[in-house]
Design a protein around this ligand. Sequence first.
Ligand SMILES: Cc1ncc(COP(=O)(O)O)c(C=O)c1O
Length: 340
Amino acid sequence: MKINLISDTVTKPTPGMLDAMMNAKVGDDVFKEDPSVNVLEEQVAEMFGMESALFFPSGTMTNQTAIKLHTQPGDQLICDKYAHVYNYEGGGVSFNSGVSCRLVDGSRGMMTAEQVIAAINPPDFYHSPLSTLVCIENTTNKGGGACWDFEELKKIKTVCDDHHLAYHLDGARLWNALVAKQEEAQQYGKLFDTISVCLSKGLGCPVGSVLVGSKEMVTKAIRVRKVLGGGMRQAGFLAAAATYALGHHIERLSDDHRKAKEIGSLLSDVNYIKKVEPIETNIVIFEIDENYYSSEVFTTMLLQKDIHIISMGQGKLRMVTHLDYTDAMHDCLLHILPKL
Ligand SMILES: Cc1ncc(COP(=O)(O)O)c(C=O)c1O
């Protein structure tokens, strides 16, 4: 039995999702004539209490579009040193928007309002880049699925208002945070100028991300999406998968979280593990005690048992639980890990 824990993006559509896709009503979405995409966009905008939403093929494209909307070439955005927009979007911040990143040395991918204030360049000091945007990630990917304290997000919002900075949320895994912290999407809609949410991670869709914001922002986003080559035609097949997932796959995320915590607590007790990072959602980041094995040897030992995990660099390994990680796989993994 193959156990694939490299990411929550490895899932395949469920029979129910495939059924919804097969029965989708479609049209040409570039002409805004795809009924299933229109329904999805209205649904997500309503969930967040925001004016408008736009369907995209990927989370990278929603983030990159948001950054383009909020900045001018030469500007600087502020984000944590672990941020996906900085580390894992191929340098798109500079490629697409001509923007640099001011990295904050936060904790598990999260920074404080004081750190944000300290990272803002004085607007009248023309030698340094103009700070125009703060990007937050919730949950944090490289930070091990950590969830932000909402009060800190509110404090950062005040900082943004005081300093005329835009506020973007990379909510690729916001669904996990909403479930783990029992929060409402509307809380986030009230705080941020733009939010990107992914459908192809914990929610199990094959493709898709949605950008939410004001009508004005989304109208501008349509042009940026076009420039980036993200205008899709009969995208309703994909949107139908997303609408299905929003109805069927959010609450079950608590199951992924439970399994991740069980893996983490087991790992904490085995002798070859040096450290397990705190687990709040579906990501388990841990380090091997190199007196026992190197992380490469450990990964290879797992591979021989058809268990697939991923390295995050600097000796850190990652497992991510998801919709296709079944109870049987979980039992098997928990049985194997202590015996290695
Ligand atoms: C936090 C975060 N943001 C954005 C993305 C980008 O999503 P995509 O792979 O759909 O481009 C990812 C993907 O893993 C992510 O983890």
